[in-house]
Design a protein around this ligand. Structure first.
Ligand code: COA
Length: 138
């Protein structure tokens, strides 16, 4: 990512996941964003950043989806679905077969609409999973 894209990535996450929830302390220098196997992703709409997420590769062809956020004024218009479709494609290209997410409670319906299944409903952040379709063997 360019410096400008890093700034957009942090701005979206800070505004949507912290400020909109009344939280402070967003860390734009968190080492997890630059760790090997961690991929910060930005959704661009005609070159304008509208959403962000991070994909963390784990073991056993599993990856964890982190900090999914669509700009407030862009929510409810299919951009989250688009972001996750791109993320799934990217994950498949990295041989990922299974995605996991620790979801915000009020975002569970979003993941379910995209074919995810709740595997741990209790706790503050329900855990959902989605198996990625394997590519056809030609
Ligand atoms: C959750 C979020 C990423 C969804 O993005 P979005 O662009 O608003 O979602 P979309 O418009 O692409 O919606 C896709 C589908 O999910 C559904 N959906 C979206 N948000 C939902 C929610 N909070 N609860 C239930 N269903 C939801 C939509 O109705 C739509 O279903 P449909 O296509 O069958 O009609 C976005 O609203 C957001 O950033 N929210 C605040 C941060 C957050 O909660 N992030 C998740 C952290 S785990």
């Amino acid at each position: 990512m360019t410096e400008q894209q890093w700034n957009a990535y942090h701005d979206i996450r800070r505004a949507v996941l912290f400020e909109a929830r009344g939280l402070i302390g967003y860390d734009a220098n968190h080492p997890d964003d630059r760790r090997d196997g961690h991929f910060p992703l930005l959704l661009l709409l005609e070159n304008t950043p509208v959403g962000a997420a991070r994909l963390d590769l784990m073991s056993d062809q599993t990856a964890c989806v982190r900090t999914v956020a669509i700009k407030a004024e862009c929510q409810g218009k299919g951009h989250g679905r688009m972001l996750m479709a791109g993320l799934e494609k990217f994950a498949s290209q990295h041989e990922v077969k299974r995605l996991l997410v620790n979801a915000a409670r009020d975002a569970v319906g979003f993941y379910e609409a995209l074919g995810w299944t709740v595997i741990e409903a209790g706790g503050e952040n329900p855990v959902l999973t989605k198996e990625l379709r394997t590519r056809p063997q030609w």
